[in-house]
Design a protein around this ligand. Sequence first.
Ligand code: CA
Length: 231
Amino acid sequence: MSAQTILIIEDETAIRDMLKFTLSVAGFAIIEAPNAEQGWALLQDHLPDGVIVDWMLPGMSGVQFCEKVRQYEVVANTPILMLTAKGEEADQVVGFDAGADDYVVKPFSPRALVARCQALLRRSSSVEKVVSKVIKIGHLSLDLNSYRFKVNKTELKLGPTEFKLVQFFMANPNRVYSRSQLLDQVWGTSVIVEERTVDVHIRRLRKLLKEVDAEDTIQTVRGVGYRFSVD
Ligand code: CA
């Protein structure tokens, strides 16, 4: 049996390193991110067994991250443990409302944290896990297992990049993204690609969507970028 994977999202390097070390020793496989935006990308790519997220993060907060996870079908059942600063009782309630399963107050002992993680993951794996890897929004459905994209009942054959584009758009519908944001999110920050590459793939995707009269799904926002529009 392979190790259970935990995603750690914490901006303070010292705490992140400590968590990583402690949990690795306890037998967990670790992936990590310094902010919730990168954490969200890792979550989708790796589908970890659990997440530890710090409350206070630059950009998207731990609470906002929880809310986002719970709204997105593919990862909605992932157990989340939130780290909070000492004495923020009210915050803990907000954290639970947002969808955290448990919380640990800083400063914490490594041993206590491992115990809480083990309990959290045991709890979630004892429940028969039916992880749906199909994202459905309106008349669109994307199956991450079989790599099938359907509009109503018609399957559209997507290339790998178009598939990734659709996956990103369906996780973030009705928002406008610039070409450079799409490059970072879909192609990754480590590759150098010209911005017009995005237009090429958008054009291909639109052509496919046109076959099923759904080309309006991708809207051009003049001077800004693109929006994936679904109801
Ligand atoms: Ca922090």
